[in-house]
Each structure stands twice: as C-alpha cells, then as structure tokens.
Design a protein around this ligand. Structure first.
Ligand SMILES: [Mg+2]
Length: 132
C-alpha cells in the first residue's frame, strides 16, 4: 500500500530533494514550509512518517514536534528530525519528545531511504499500467 511522507522544511530545496529521493518508491510526498503549516498538513493528510526540520519560522521543529505529540490524531506518527550542526542543544529536547531518528544536513538520499525502511515498509513504485 502506498505510503505518505510529510517533509516540513522552510528550505524549498530540501523539500524538493526529499520528494525526488522517494520518486522510485510507492509513496506520496506532501510538504509544508513551516511548523504551523506542518501540523495543519499532518492533521489533514495523516502521513505515515514526518521529516522535520529544526530551524524554521513560525514554529521551530522542536515546538512543532511538541505540538504533534500533544495532538491525539497525529501524536503517534513517527518523526525523523533533519538537523544542522547549530541545532546541538535542541536535540535533547527532541529526544524527550520521542523521535524515530536524526539525519544530519547535508544528507544523502540513500540515508533517508535507509532510515525510512527501518521505520515503515517502503515498496518500489508499481509499473505504470500499459496503455491500450
Ligand atoms: Mg530550516
């Protein structure tokens, strides 16, 4: 069954990299450009996994994670934090809010895939149906 992944990042480039990384797989990628939008999209789309940036406007990644964990409909969704070197002291807070893993920026697509496969089943995209 197709999986849905949400990438929450204020960098459009990162959202594009995440989207293209999962193109070969049977999943749908949805995006949000800040934490508040991330919570909104998570509630609407109920993703199977969330990649969450830390340094973002409106709600940062830690505040966003706290909000997700405090919102019953989305509280159990696995979250992977995408971290930058400057995020050091915030990571302890993320640990307390239960995260499924960390990916340090800059990251390679294969790191995303490898970690994702440990969290949710990821199947190759089924072949396009042949046109009659
Ligand atoms: Mg950022």
């Amino acid at each position: 069954m197709s999986k849905k992944i949400l990438t929450v990042d204020d960098s459009k480039m990162v959202r594009m990299i995440v989207t293209s990384t999962f193109l070969p797989f049977d999943c749908v990628i949805v995006g949000a450009a800040d934490g508040a939008e991330g919570v909104e999209v998570a509630l609407k789309e109920k993703p199977d996994l969330i990649f969450l940036d830390i340094t973002m406007p409106v709600l940062n990644g830690i505040e966003t994670l706290a909000k997700i964990r405090a919102t019953p409909e989305i509280a159990a969704i696995p979250v992977v934090m995408l971290t930058a070197e400057s995020d050091g002291q915030r990571l302890g807070m993320a640990d307390q809010l239960k995260v499924s893993g960390y990916i340090a920026k800059p990251f390679k697509g294969e790191q995303l895939i490898a970690l994702t496969k440990k969290i949710i089943p990821l199947a190759p995209k089924p072949p396009e149906p042949k046109k009659p």
